[in-house]
Structures are given as C-alpha cells and as structure tokens.
Design a protein. Sequence first.
Length: 149
Amino acid sequence: MGECVVVFELLPALAEKTFITDLRFCNVRLEDNRLYPWIFLIPRCENALNVTLLSVDDGLQLMREIVLAGRALAWLFPHGQVNVAMIGNKTPQLHVHVICRREGDPDWPGVVWDGHCEPYGETARAEAAGKIRLAIEAEMTKPEYNQNQ
C-alpha cells in the first residue's frame, strides 16, 4: 500500500459508530439505523479527505474492499440495490457508505442521509455488527479478494 498508516485518528462523528472489523486497508463501522444495512469503510490514512488524494494502489485497494463489503451485505440482507457513496460535506474524513436499499424502504427512492432513523438497541446493534463481521470474514476467504496484491 501507499502512504497510509495503521494508526490513525477518527473524527468524532465516525468514532462514535460501532466497530465491526479492520480490513487490510479500511476500518469498518456500523451506522446506528436498523432500517438499513449500512456500514462505513474508513481508510486508515491520516488527513485523507478525498479518494483522489490516495495513491493509485491505495485507491484500488479501497475499491476491492468496497466490493467485498457490498457482497457481504448483499449476502446477508434482502435488497434491490447496494448503494456506495463518498460524501464528505459534513464529515471531512474519507469514508465510504455501503448501504443495502430495497424498493418500498422508508426513504425509497430518495436518499437516506437525513431520512428515517430507528436506532438499534444495544443487543441488536452488537448482533448486527457480529453478523456483518462474519459475512465479511467469509467473503475475505475468496481468492479474488487477494488477487494482484
């Protein structure tokens, strides 16, 4: 990988999210909204504000991990679409939203950013994070994830 580091500091808005796991390049966290299977991939890079500031190798690794996380969510949850977004207007630390959406969900077909929210209870949040972690670990065993590294 390029210039990213293993030790990095999360902005408070991301640090408050529930930790799921660490991938080779990204820290993975859960959004506290049980209406949507919604995770964040946060590259472990100091001062990364935008994907265009990553090295090409780091950008490609980020894409591998987005695909991996999206496949893990898609395997676990009913969905019609897996949405991926990198919007840093409110939280200016590079992070990627990976969200399963389905027709008829509470904010369909609009965006979820300022839409409906129903927080998990503590137990349900821990269970969701655990299920997602196991699905990510299973996806990581597939050979295509480790190609060309």
